[in-house]
Design a protein around this ligand. Sequence first.
Ligand code: 2F8
Ligand code: CA
Length: 258
Amino acid sequence: MNIEDIEKRASPTKVSDSVYLNTLAQKPGSEAVSEGRQVRSGRPAAVCLGLLCVLLLAVITGLSVTHNAEREQLWNRYNNVTVERDQLLDANSNLTLERKKLQSSCEVLTRERDALRRNLSDYERLFLQEWKQFGSSYYYFFNKEKSWSAARQDCRERGADLVIINSREEQEFIKKENKYVWIGLSDAKSEGQWKWVDESPLSTAFWRSGEPNNANGDENCAVFSTTADTLKAWNDIPCSYEAGWICESTQPYVRRLQ
Ligand code: 2F8
Ligand code: CA
């Protein structure tokens, strides 16, 4: 073996560096070819990665802005709802107070109403026991004795007045009681001008025979006397005399209280 053979065995490139390199370049899978391709295909990947990063950043930024806006809106809404809730709570507590006040007022009124109903019921019973109805009027026949003016005053205090007799039927109704009682007829204001207590003149009259005679010049008030003749019962006597009386009310208490 000579020196040249020994050199060939130690370094095959010794033959020719360029030839050797070319040989390497032509062999697929060799290291030199692989590094060169990596350098050339790395740029688009980096660009894509960069673009992806930018896109991702843009998406994240957009989502963040949207999220912040929504959060802001929700926060505002939360605040508004909180204010409304507080207002409603205030209103509710005011209404609760009002309701309690109304409930206690209602209870008081209910008690008063029940008491009034009891009184009314008592009054009604008494009224209907004492007052007699004829037509659209109620009549009370008083057995006590008073002057014509005092008797009239008594009737007025009861929301009534001395009886006014407008018809034969009413005359007959009163005659059934057969009592000596004042009626609401007088000529005290003008002698001979007989008028009822409501200032109306006589529409029909049921005087006793010879009456009214203004005996002794002092008889200005009329009584319903106890005679046999129903249609001849009235007499004029002095107003200061005392007699029973009849009150008449077309609108008795019992009606007005309801
Ligand atoms: O005769 C009628 C006459 O009778 C009495 O007088 C005596 C009457 N007086 C009294 O009742 C007070 C009169 O009014 C009546 O006219
Ligand atoms: Ca008389």
